[in-house]
Write a protein that binds this ligand. Structure first.
Ligand SMILES: [Zn+2]
Length: 200
């Protein structure tokens, strides 16, 4: 009886401390995250934590999470996780990635967070299932994250990140196939930026 209770409270405490927390030893990663987040007007009041940890199959990922406010109100927040090593080549420390590439990459993840933020919790459950089972939906979601990042002023950084990843000489072939299947290409992003500038 006690063990589940203890585990429950540890989880609650963990969620409590998740609100806008930054967990990384790298000042470069922290600065890139804060620069990207400060420019997303739609996320000013959204609790978004950054956590650096070992992740097996991605370099960065954004997920909804829960935390408990004062008065024990359960609120939805978000976390962006970044691995210690880039999955582009499985050797470069993420803290050694060029600053604009990091900012562009965080802007893409914050594009996901903005997308989640506009949905109810019930919609998020359906969203999660569709992302897992539908390639078409996954492609739509990944492309929307880039579009939202560009709309929030990260055209150059999204392009920098895309070029850095896709032109990397040691790009892991499996990772490359995944990128080509779901994400915009360099040329797609260049066209989107030209169209955006023509409208401004
Ligand atoms: Zn993504």
């Amino acid at each position: 009886m006690w063990l589940p209770c203890i585990s429950y409270w540890i989880r609650i405490c963990d969620y409590l401390s998740m609100n806008n927390k930054v967990v990384t030893n790298s000042s470069v990663i922290e600065a890139a995250f804060l620069k990207a987040k400060s420019q997303f007007k739609g996320l000013r009041k959204a609790p978004v934590s950054l956590i650096q940890k070992n992740i097996s199959n991605s370099t960065m990922r954004a997920q909804p999470t829960l935390f408990v406010e004062e008065g024990f109100n359960i609120k939805r927040g978000y976390k962006i996780e970044i691995s210690f090593v880039s999955k582009i080549d499985n050797k470069t420390p993420t803290s050694d990635l060029p600053f604009d590439v990091l900012v562009g990459w965080f802007a893409h993840e914050l594009g996901h967070v903005l997308d989640y933020h506009s949905r109810s919790s019930a919609e998020m459950v359906v969203f999660g299932i569709k992302y897992l089972i539908s390639d078409t939906f996954k492609q739509k979601v990944e492309r929307k994250a880039d579009i939202l990042a560009i709309q929030n002023g990260f055209s150059e950084q999204i392009l920098e990140a895309k070029k850095y990843i896709l032109n990397h000489s040691d790009l892991n072939p499996l990772y490359k196939r995944r990128l080509e299947k779901y994400y915009y290409s360099i040329e797609d992003i260049e066209d989107i930026i030209v169209e955006k500038r023509a409208r401004e």
